[in-house]
Design a protein around this ligand. Structure first.
Ligand code: PLP
Length: 372
């Protein structure tokens, strides 16, 4: 099998699994207890909090564990709106993940108005558009750091300077970026940042929201006093330990792995250009996630291409995981102005275990499927 859908999820690294295992069995204690084994679980959570903080340039107490990227995104949006009831406007982009877009829709149903910023043909947001969209009642700006479909990296630091000048908190969905490119909350100038462990060889169902010291945010879930009273529910100690270890390892390996994956990506793009004349690469070339290739292929059908690749043991997708079963073109491509008829959309996202041989086999299979 050739797995080329790392933007959807990644396998759990063996070292990560080994670090997690004891917390399912002999170290099972509830971290809220006051006895020795509970204190040990609490310490393990704190170590993971510090590992995650270190990886993104945050302090450990600015990291709040959640059930994943979706919850972190929802919390950032609802939490800020609830904390500043006088402010009824949000600015976001038209290419956000559904975790942000559908939370915005739900907020609109509560009377919040939302500005969806356009993007250019490369999927890039213009910071001047952010400036123009600001209103006196703007509660929050939420723009993703890197797009999950085309991999374009957005100019967050520039947007942050605008947000700061107006005293508006800035959230970024960094789910696709963290663990793959250097991310530093101070260099970016963000106030909140969403992370998800299963995108960097950690377990599914665990993520975090970074909340800068001093940001006023309401809780999303009512219950106990976990996560400094802001995110109730017994901590998922094994997953938290796994997330900390996964991010520590991702940061340590990043210079070497990202260079190798970029090289593979460029070799694949070259080979596609040589052998598949109707294929166009979408997204920003210069500012793109290391493993992302998004193609539109003239004269082909998305479902058929995906199905035939699958039959050849090659796993890829059309875009985001939730959109891969749909025939309709994704909101991201539409926003980028990619609306041609009779074209297949294909997202190939490379990861650590991919080899040059697999890349060549995939292009071979594509050429065969398209009968070129
Ligand atoms: N945001 C982005 C950009 C994503 O790519 C994803 C997952 O695909 C999410 C949010 C949701 O994260 P999770 O799967 O951890 O809920």
């Amino acid at each position: 099998m050739i797995y080329l859908d790392h933007a959807a999820t990644t396998p759990v690294r063996d070292e990560v699994l080994q670090a997690m295992l004891p917390y399912f069995s002999e170290r099972f204690a509830n971290a809220s207890g006051s006895y020795t084994s509970a204190r040990e679980a609490h310490q393990a959570i704190d170590r993971a909090r510090a590992q995650i903080g270190r990886a993104i340039g945050a302090q450990r107490h600015e990291i709040y564990f959640t059930s994943g990227g979706t919850e972190a995104d929802n919390w950032a949006l609802w939490g800020i709106v609830r904390a500043v009831p006088g402010k009824r406007h949000i600015i976001t982009s038209s290419i956000e993940h559904h975790a942000v877009l559908n939370a915005c829709k739900a907020l609109e149903e509560q009377g919040i108005s939302v500005t969806y910023l356009p993007v250019d043909g490369d999927g890039l947001i213009d910071p001047d558009d952010v400036q123009c969209a600001i209103r006196p009642d703007t509660a929050l700006i939420s723009v993703m750091l890197a797009n999950n479909e085309v991999g374009t990296i957005e100019p967050i630091a520039k947007i942050a300077r605008i947000a700061r000048a107006h005293g508006i908190p800035l959230h970024t969905d960094a789910v696709q970026a963290v663990g793959h490119i250097p991310v530093d909350v101070d260099a970016l100038g963000v106030d909140m940042l969403s992370i998800s462990a299963h995108k960097f060889y950690g377990p599914k169902g665990i993520g975090a929201l970074y909340i800068r010291n001093g940001v006023r945010i309401a809780n999303l879930i009512d219950g106990g006093a976990q996560e400094r009273g802001l995110r109730a529910g017994t901590e998922n100690t094994p997953a938290i330990v796994g997330m900390g270890e996964a991010l520590r390892l991702a940061a340590e390996k990043m210079p070497e792995t990202s260079e190798r994956i970029v090289r593979l990506r460029e070799q694949m793009i070259e080979e596609i250009a040589r052998r598949i004349p109707g294929a166009h690469v979408n997204g920003m070339c210069a500012r793109r996630l290391p493993g992302h290739i998004h193609l539109t292929i003239d004269g082909a059908d998305t479902r058929l291409v995906l199905m035939r690749l699958d039959m050849e043991g090659i796993e890829a997708s059309a875009g985001s995981a939730c959109a891969s079963g749909a025939v309709e073109r994704s909101h991201v491509l539409k926003a980028m102005g990619i609306e041609g008829e009779n074209q297949a959309d294909l997202r190939l996202t490379l990861g650590e275990e991919n080899t040059l041989e697999q890349i060549m086999q995939t292009v071979d299979a594509l050429a065969r499927i398209l009968r070129i």
